[in-house]
Write a protein that binds this ligand. Structure first.
Ligand code: ZN
Length: 291
């Protein structure tokens, strides 16, 4: 999860060029409806990509396939260069949709199947990992809760999510994600995003793997921890806060999976005390906190 700078791509220019290309399958339908498509782009920007306020344009099967095709195989030119840059350069180290560390896909915030008019619209193209799966949620028509949009939701710049830790046995706890804000301006959408966008199986296996690694090789996960640690929860909190700052800075968002993991521990005094004791035992047993 990451707030990205709003793209400055000239969508109208690309759309006009494509609609005027008589060699493409979308011609002349796209050309004949150019004004409607431009209005759809304007509407998207005006409503900040809020699905509650944006209605899909009904499309015939032929034009729908042609529009999606312009995304999959864009004509050589600025649009192709832009789509390649979204995939490779825009956020190469963290997924703006879920906070994982892969972005080998492009997510259509409004799915291209239901909203083909936004198939190659810059504000709708977000680099993403495998959370970009078919059927991920967009919004709830009844509650109006919606997915968080990386180009519009400024709330993404603050810490929104942390790991949840459920005992009773901290050796093998049940791990998940939970909101760490009570801000009513973002909480309903955040809960929707946690439930319908983030790929739970992937994040849970990441958290479990990290937890195991932290218990045997703590410095792999908490890189600021000294090799010999003997201290209490207060001492451990200091090292964890330093590690959290590093991860927030490294990924330029507090809502990456490493930061979620560390923030979850920091929120729990009982877990901090238990881990401080555990790490002290490792040190005293000469099982040094090696890299
Ligand atoms: Zn993702």
């Amino acid at each position: 999860m990451k707030r990205l700078p709003t793209p400055a791509f000239n969508d109208t220019g690309a759309l006009t060029a494509i609609s005027g290309d008589t060699t493409l399958d979308s011609h002349p339908v796209l050309h004949n409806h150019l004004a409607a498509f431009q209005a759809a782009y304007t509407n998207y920007a005006l409503h900040h990509g809020d699905p509650n306020q944006i209605t899909a344009i009904p499309q015939t099967a032929g034009i729908k396939d042609a529009l999606i095709g312009h995304y999959s195989s864009p004509p050589t030119g600025p649009l192709k260069i832009y789509i390649d840059s979204v995939r490779n350069d825009l956020s190469p180290d963290v997924c703006p949709m879920c906070g994982s560390f892969n972005t080998y896909n492009i997510d259509h915030f409004f799915p291209k199947d239901g909203y083909p008019e936004y198939s190659f619209f810059s504000l709708n193209l977000v680099p993403a990992c495998r959370c970009n799966r078919k059927g991920r949620g967009l919004y709830n028509h009844g509650t109006r809760a919606r997915a968080l949009h990386p180009y519009f939701d400024n709330g993404l710049t603050v810490r929104l999510v942390r790991m949840s830790i459920n005992g009773p046995n901290f050796r093998v706890p049940a791990l998940g994600l939970e909101p760490c804000t009570a801000d009513p301006a973002i909480l309903p959408n955040l809960n929707f995003h946690l439930d319908k966008v983030i790929y739970k199986r992937a994040v849970q296996s990441f958290l479990i793997k990290n937890w195991r690694k932290m218990r045997t090789r703590p410095r792999k996960i908490i890189q600021t921890l000294p090799r010999a640690f003997a201290g209490d929860a207060v001492a451990l909190t200091g090292y964890l806060n330093d590690a959290l700052d590093l991860m927030d800075d490294k990924y330029e968002t507090p809502n990456n999976w490493d930061s979620m993991f560390l923030a979850g521990i920091l929120a729990r005094q009982d877990v901090l005390a238990w881990l401080a004791h555990d790490f002290t035992e490792l040190t005293l047993g000469n099982r040094l906190l090696t890299d």
